[in-house]
Write a protein that binds this ligand. Structure first.
Ligand SMILES: Cc1cc2nc3c(=O)[nH]c(=O)nc-3n(C[C@H](O)[C@H](O)[C@H](O)COP(=O)(O)OP(=O)(O)OC[C@H]3O[C@@H](n4cnc5c(N)ncnc54)[C@H](O)[C@@H]3O)c2cc1C
Length: 401
């Protein structure tokens, strides 16, 4: 006699939730009944479609970390997925620029990390070689990362959704999870609307709300998601020739953010950004978006207080770059000195879900916590879109039905 299929829900229909759902269906087929619960009317509307669209190869991440391992395998899977499904993508290569002599040591450290992570074809360039690739670039030396590229992660979300539905999964939109009753062998998932759903197992991929969702299961996530908004500008059409592909600064190793960069987008145009501004609301895409309850929760968190004390210079500088186009432009001019205010127009913003622990440390790596009948992806910022299919393998490997 065949058993009833296990009822599995994935909370959050961003790129990681969709990738997890896809991999679960590939592994278990009709031995599970799978539903994605998404609060918006469509999947992929938050981080997964409000990002730089860059395929990261694993250059800047600590060797041996999940970020490094899953970026390296994730970019391969993502490129293959785009190829097989005819989705736009391009491995155009990235140039990391040392803006002055002091940053050359940083380039060397990146080269070492990249090699330790198994990246091939990395090449240190002198100024002449850089200019041959990016004629308008500033700086004194560079590092070429040939495997990196650009993709349309919103299109990836659409294709994953399509495949999930074709293989028997269900995407339930408009379901904002707001509470869970954990019974011995069952979960009762409650929506804000009053709807309820029963399941055997849940996987939390709720991005900016992953910590809250974890708490609904009666668990302590051990971190708080703090929203860091990233503002973008776009180059005006007539200025797009100033950037050929991807121009990045040497990242500050003290932060998980890669620094304001210039990048060609796969659907056309060149974007500039993102900075990393403490946001006043988890889904606050404009400076003036304030959610007082969320803001109060954030500022009363000891971890954020400690972070603010330690990093106030950075926090103020990021706020300034958000409030002033001149400050933003001064960062971009270190990469492409010819840029002027007239070359830029405002672009859209995204908000990163960045975990901070109680001691005020930004969580550097991807992070998962297991519960009874549940698993929680609690920290999946960049390169989470590139790595999503490998993050999904990692998550699925930790579950046995
Ligand atoms: C500015 C910026 C630039 C970035 N650049 C890059 C890049 O170039 N390359 C790269 O690889 N990565 C990049 N990233 C990171 C990447 O976008 C994320 O790692 C990835 O999108 C995370 O996907 P997710 O599915 O975990 O989160 P999300 O896309 O945020 O999805 C979470 C989903 O959960 C839903 N949800 C939340 N709470 C609930 C609830 N209570 N009930 C039901 N549903 C809920 C949300 O509506 C949302 O759809 C960038 C991110 C940002 C913000």
């Amino acid at each position: 006699m065949s058993e009833n299929p296990k009822s599995v829900v994935v909370i959050g229909g961003g790129i990681t939730g969709l990738a997890v759902a896809r991999k679960l269906l590939l592994k278990y087929g009709n031995r599970i009944s799978l539903r994605i619960l998404e609060k918006e009317s469509l999947p992929g509307k938050h981080q997964s479609s409000r990002n730089s669209g860059v395929l990261h190869a694993g250059l800047a991440y600590q060797p041996g970390s999940k970020k490094a391992l899953l970026a390296v395998s994730g970019i391969q899977q993502m490129v293959q997925f785009c190829e097989e499904n005819d989705l736009p993508h391009e491995q155009c290569g990235k140039l990391v620029v040392a803006r002055n002599e002091d940053e050359i040591a940083g380039l060397g450290a990146l080269l070492k990390k990249g090699r330790a992570n198994g990246l091939s074809g990395l090449r240190q360039l002198d100024r002449e070689e850089m200019v041959a690739l990016e004629p308008h670039v500033g700086g004194v030396a560079g590092l070429l990362v040939p495997g990196e590229g650009i993709a349309d992660f919103a299109a990836v979300c659409e294709k994953l959704s399509e495949k999930i539905v074709q293989t028997g999964g269900q995407i339930v939109t408009g379901f904002r999870l707001s509470g869970v009753v954990v019974k011995k062998n069952q979960l009762i998932l409650k929506a804000k609307s009053g709807d309820e759903m029963v399941a055997d197992f849940a996987i939390n991929c709720a991005g900016l709300y992953a910590d809250k969702v974890c708490e609904y299961f009666g668990m302590n996530p051990g971190l708080r998601i703090i929203p860091f908004r990233g503002d973008y500008y776009r180059l005006k059409k007539e200025s797009e020739h100033l950037v050929k592909n991807l121009i990045y600064p040497v990242p500050d190793p003290g932060y998980p953010f890669l620094g304001v960069h210039l990048h060609r987008m796969i659907r056309g145009g060149v974007a500039a950004g993102p900075n990393a501004v403490l946001a006043f609301s988890r889904e606050g895409y404009r400076m003036r978006d304030v959610n007082f309850r969320e803001l109060l929760e954030s500022v009363s968190y000891r971890g954020l207080q400690k972070f603010l004390l330690r990093h106030r210079k950075m926090v103020i500088s990021e706020l300034q770059s958000s409030a002033s186009a001149t400050v933003f432009l001064s960062r971009l001019r270190k990469l492409v000195p010819e840029l002027s205010a007239g070359d830029l127009e405002r672009g859209k913003s995204g908000v990163r879900a960045q975990g901070i622990d109680r001691n005020g440390n930004l969580i550097g790596d991807f992070f998962v916590e297991k519960g009874k009948n549940s698993l929680h992806l609690l920290n999946a910022p960049s390169p989470g879109a590139t790595a999503s299919l490998s993050i999904a393998d990692w998550v699925v490997d930790q579950i046995e039905f």
